[in-house]
Design a binder for this molecule. Structure first.
Ligand SMILES: [Zn+2]
Ligand SMILES: [Zn+2]
Length: 345
């Protein structure tokens, strides 16, 4: 089966890998679409991020959807031909975090396409994926595989929304209009935010944020003073979804938050960032991190599968697997690409 493999330090190849054996409780998914995520891009461009390095060949990818082509012994909830989104989160279900109900903090997590553990966890950019039936969420036929593959980034955002608390009637600021920021806009709208403002330093992704429901977008590179109107008094926003990991964006956003506001930090930074601690203290802000997801995936599949949230505006283009390198190159340009997918025949 053809697979998209990163070789250390960071050479991308499409190569054949042997098909694994399907066990009881498992299914075989013909992967139809795989979305390229920021972490895949880090492996492709830099061979890792922070202290994480690609040290052995690893299949990339964790945002996939496809069609069931075989079901293993004991599987009753899924059938051949079902269209499914595949949850890439595979906690051990036995460590104390799992037992405590915090599976995203599992100590033996086998999240697809991750070079964090050794040996690395092979990813899902492959023609055939054998996975547990419990990882699959089946949906009806009127959404594309590319949209279904967006269940993963939507799950990331749903977890962030959970960390934020109620968004009903809240004024929300989103910094960074990449795929996660853009999906956060759609989610904030869905969960009742009164006003949503989005910032970025490039205009094209902001146009996508507007299509997903942003009331106002600000290109802070072109118009750095446009946030000032929200800074008057002690600030305006109740909730910040910080999706840029950028020091300047964080500082400017904290100034625009009102007292007792909440910062949900979704963006990762390439290096250490200086944090405006005194603003956090003086405004009594709540700062919460948000990392991955687990049970949110089933809800994401319902929201996308039943078209209760329409994220099609973030889809850019799909490349056949033979052109995986071109797909990764295209995904690196924020002006022309929001979410690129790779299609497997
Ligand atoms: Zn992702
Ligand atoms: Zn665990």
């Amino acid at each position: 089966m053809r697979s998209v493999v990163i070789h250390p330090p960071h050479e991308l190849r499409v190569e054949d890998r042997p098909l694994e054996k399907m066990g009881p409780g498992q299914v075989t998914v013909a992967v139809k679409a795989g979305g390229i995520c920021g972490s895949d891009m880090h492996y492709y461009r830099h061979g890792g991020f922070g202290t994480v390095r690609v040290r052995e060949p690893m299949i990339l990818g964790h945002e996939v959807a496809g069609e069931i082509v075989a079901v293993g012994e004991g599987v009753s909830a899924l059938q051949v031909d079902d269209r499914v989104a595949v949850n890439p989160s595979r906690p051990c279900r036995a460590c104390h975090y799992c037992l405590e109900g915090l599976p995203n903090h599992c100590e033996a997590m086998r999240f697809y396409g991750s070079a964090m553990p050794w040996p690395h966890i092979q990813g899902a950019f492959r023609e055939r994926l054998i996975c547990d039936a419990s990882q699959c969420e089946a949906v009806s036929a009127n959404v594309s595989y590319e949209e279904l593959a967006l269940c993963e980034p939507l799950s990331v955002v749903l977890h962030g929304v959970k960390r934020a608390g109620s968004l009903l009637q809240k004024r929300v600021l989103v910094t960074g209009s990449g795929p996660i920021g853009a999906v956060a806009v759609a989610a904030a709208r869905h969960f009742g935010a009164e006003e949503i403002v989005v910032t970025d330093v490039v205009p094209e992704p902001l146009a996508v944020a507007r299509r997903l429901g942003a009331d106002r977008t600000i290109d802070v590179a072109a118009n750095p003073d446009d946030l000032a109107v929200y800074v008057t008094g002690k600030g305006s926003f109740d909730v910040l979804f910080e999706c840029s990991g950028n020091e300047r964006a964080i500082r400017d956003a904290l100034v625009a938050l009102r007292p007792r506001g909440t910062v949900v930090q979704l963006g990762l930074a390439g290096n250490e960032v200086a944090f405006p601690l005194n603003l956090l203290v003086a405004k009594e802000l709540a700062l919460v991190g948000s990392f991955r997801f687990h049970e949110e995936f089933a809800l994401a599949a319902k929201l996308i599968g039943q078209r209760r949230i329409d994220l099609s505006a973030i889809l850019t283009r799909t490349y056949p697997v033979e052109q995986a390198v071109a797909a990764f190159e295209a995904a690196g340009d924020r002006r022309t690409a929001m979410k690129i997918h790779i299609a497997f025949a």
